[in-house]
Design a protein around this ligand. Structure first.
Ligand code: HEM
Length: 129
């Protein structure tokens, strides 16, 4: 069966060239403090980070990502002072941008699939914060 999160990303990709600026704008608007944390980070590194977030969001299971999540969540906490609530805000900001870009193709089933995926990934992350 087609993964609806993946399908929504494909729909969005038809309408948007570069999702990096809108995702971070949406994220910073929604999450006070996050812009200051990322103020020294250029678009290239922001793009690399978003690539990794998208790679995770496209997964239906995180069994193969346990070590990666251990490392990144710990590193984000110790090296960058990222707070637990900032992850859910980032994922919600990403979903909002994809929903907007998907336009009429976005359905309640896409909404539900994103809710479920965000809940799963956030629970993996917050268990490590
Ligand atoms: C699932 C969520 C996340 C993943 C997978 C992730 C992944 C990454 C990766 C791979 C990098 C390194 C990019 C590179 O240099 O190649 C990075 C950097 C960074 N991330 Fe995240 N990130 C996530 C969430 C967050 C959140 C919520 C924040 C909060 C603001 C954040 C703040 C930062 C900062 C400040 C850096 C730059 C560190 C530096 O180079 O000084 N990240 N992230």
């Amino acid at each position: 069966m087609t993964d609806l999160v993946l399908e929504s990303l494909e729909l969005a990709a038809e309408n948007i060239d570069d999702i990096v600026p809108p995702v971070y704008k949406s994220y910073f608007d929604r999450c006070p403090g996050s812009e200051a944390l990322m103020s020294h980070i250029d678009n290239l590194v922001r793009g690399k980070m978003l690539d990794e977030v998208l790679r995770l969001v496209m997964k239906e299971s995180y069994e193969g990502e346990q070590q990666y999540l251990d490392f990144e969540v710990n590193n984000h906490k110790l090296a960058y002072s990222v707070e637990p609530h900032m992850y859910g805000n980032l994922l919600a900001a990403l979903r909002d941008v994809i929903r907007d870009a998907a336009g009429d193709g976005w359905t309640d089933a896409h909404e539900q699939a994103w809710d479920d995926r965000i809940a799963l990934l956030t629970s993996e992350i917050t268990a490590r914060t």
